[in-house]
Ligand binder design. Structure first.
Ligand SMILES: [Zn+2]
Ligand SMILES: [Zn+2]
Length: 179
């Protein structure tokens, strides 16, 4: 079976309210998504619930290690991205209700009787990314003058004091003189 794809013929043949559980432990790749450099299997628990017109997919306790580049010192580091819980509905038919954007809805593959969780998982991983990836909270970053990694070396550059650095963001500071 392709990555993160599940057979649903069995559960779809069961009465409404039936459920099935799976453990996910899979090496995944998203070749088109350069930000997703996985450093572990993707693991988690899946529950499929057979509803009237759709299968509800619950993802719990999912996690995967991802390589990030530190926002301050550019070092590559690995961080665990956790998805405590997520849910999507996979419809059997296009729903009757009005929808602005059918692209946001998920459907089962009726021909193969499978559902493809790749887009759901991709969205949830990105949603749970660290806001600002830094290798450690105390990372000193790179020297803004010489570019050296201040976690490793103590360069002799004069640190930009607050006034000076504030001035660099004031493009109109000499405007008065010009006028
Ligand atoms: Zn860093
Ligand atoms: Zn320096």
């Amino acid at each position: 079976m392709p990555q993160l794809t599940y057979r649903i013929a069995k559960i779809w043949g069961k009465p409404e309210g039936s459920s099935e559980k799976y453990d996910i432990d899979e090496q995944i790749v998203y070749p088109d998504d350069k930000d997703l450099n996985f450093d572990s299997h993707f693991t988690g628990k899946l529950t499929f619930i057979r509803l009237k017109d759709e299968i509800s997919v619950l993802l719990n306790s999912a996690e995967v290690k991802i390589k990030f580049s530190c926002n301050r010192c550019l070092k590559i580091f690995t961080r665990n991205v956790e998805i405590p819980e997520a849910e999507r509905e996979f419809f059997h038919e296009e729903p009757k209700f009005e929808s602005d954007d059918l692209d946001d809805l998920f459907f089962m593959n009726k021909k193969r009787m499978t559902i493809d969780l790749n887009e759901m998982v991709r969205q949830e991983i990105i949603l749970h990314f660290p806001l600002i990836p830094v290798c450690s909270r105390s990372c000193k970053g790179l020297c803004p003058v010489c570019g050296q990694d201040l976690n490793k070396v103590k360069c002799k550059c004069k640190p930009l004091n607050e006034k000076e650095s504030a001035d660099t963001f004031r493009p109109f500071k000499d405007l008065k003189k010009l006028i």
